[in-house]
Structure formats: structure tokens, C-alpha cells
Design a protein. Structure first.
Length: 196
């Protein structure tokens, strides 16, 4: 893809994703406020950030694996990942403090809304035999974590061009006070939950 085409696609995507944040501010926020019986509009739950984590198995044996994982995560998120390092040494795993063991990216603002829209509209429907995500993946603070065993479900990843399939974890951090508020927020934003 030429640079000019990439810039045009990025602009279109950016404009489209601004629509999601506008829709949240104009419609969804008020509906949530009424549904949850919240009096203060500032207390209405909202998305704060989306964190992507990738553990790199063979990072200790070959440092190139970190670079490959970094490329994949950068393609998926549109942002350069940060290398996470071991906090303490574990002799059983031949792991020393400070060794690189994974990658992380934090998305906020328009990039967060852009990624969320891509996750709901493109990535989840590409999963084989997908019938919705589980409601059991919320923590007590209303944050939602979703794991992917293969990174090839993301449209940016071409399975023919990568030599190793990686898994990754997506955590959607919300301002919800509990699981019910988090569930109501993500449902309102279009997250397809599995029917009980």
C-alpha cells in the first residue's frame, strides 16, 4: 500500500471512529444514565483505555522473537509497543530480572474507540464458531478481559507472511463501579455477548 493510500485510509477510519465517540456522547451516555439510574452525568460509565498484552514465549532463547511480536502488536494497535521485563529472577525458567518477556500497548482517546470498533465489527466475527463473548470475563471493577489464541483474526495480520502465530490479551478498562455497570456500557457500545 502506498503512503498516500495509507494516509487516506487512516483519515477515513479516524473520521468514522469519531462517529462512535460522538454517538457515545450524544446518545449512549444519556441512555446509560437513565438505565442505571445515575443522577450525576459525570458518574456515567465510559471507556478509559484499552490495554493489549502479548507474552513472547521464546523471548529468552531468541531476541528476534520480541522484534517479531513488536511488529505484530504495532500492526494490530497502530502504536509502538513497550517491552515488558521480568520483575524477579526465577531459576526454574532460566529467567533473570530485567529479561524481556512480553509486550504491551495502551490505547486512549480516538485510537481506543478505533480499536474497539474494529474489535466488535471485524475481529470477533472472524473467529470460527463465534456465538458471542462470555459475560464472566469482567472483574469486580467492571473491566473486561478478552484473550485471543491466534493473532491472525486481526485483519492487519497476513497468515502467509508470519512464521509464528502469537496469542494476545485485550483488557477494556472502564470507569464502571461494578460488573453490572461495565456490562451495560459494553452492551450499549455494541459488544456481542453470548446469550445465556
Amino acid at each position: 500500500m502506498r503512503k498516500k493510500e495509507y494516509v487516506l485510509n487512516a483519515k477515513r477510519q479516524f473520521e468514522y471512529m469519531n462517529l462512535l465517540s460522538e454517538k457515545f456522547n450524544k446518545e449512549i451516555k444519556q441512555k446509560l444514565k437513565d438505565e442505571l439510574g445515575i443522577k450525576n452525568p459525570m458518574a456515567t460509565p465510559k471507556l478509559l483505555k484499552i490495554v493489549l498484552n502479548m507474552g513472547v514465549k521464546d523471548a529468552l532463547s531468541d531476541k528476534k522473537n520480541i522484534d517479531r511480536g513488536s511488529e505484530v502488536l504495532a500492526l494490530v494497535s497502530g502504536q509502538k509497543p513497550k517491552v515488558t521485563k521480568a520483575k524477579k529472577s526465577i531459576s526454574t525458567f532460566k529467567l533473570r530480572e530485567g529479561d524481556p518477556i512480553g509486550l504491551t500497548v495502551t490505547l486512549r482517546g480516538d485510537r481506543m474507540y478505533s480499536f474497539f470498533e474494529k474489535l466488535v465489527g471485524i475481529v470477533l466475527p472472524r473467529i470460527r464458531d463465534f456465538h458471542g463473548v462470555s459475560v464472566d470475563s469482567f472483574d469486580k471493577s467492571g473491566n473486561y478481559t478478552l484473550g485471543f489464541s491466534e493473532d491472525t483474526v486481526f485483519p492487519e495480520i497476513d497468515p502467509g507472511k508470519i512464521d509464528k502465530i502469537q496469542g494476545l490479551e485485550v483488557t477494556i478498562v472502564t470507569s464502571a463501579k461494578n460488573k453490572d455497570e461495565g456490562l451495560a456500557l459494553l452492551k450499549a457500545l455494541g459488544m456481542p455477548f453470548r446469550k445465556a
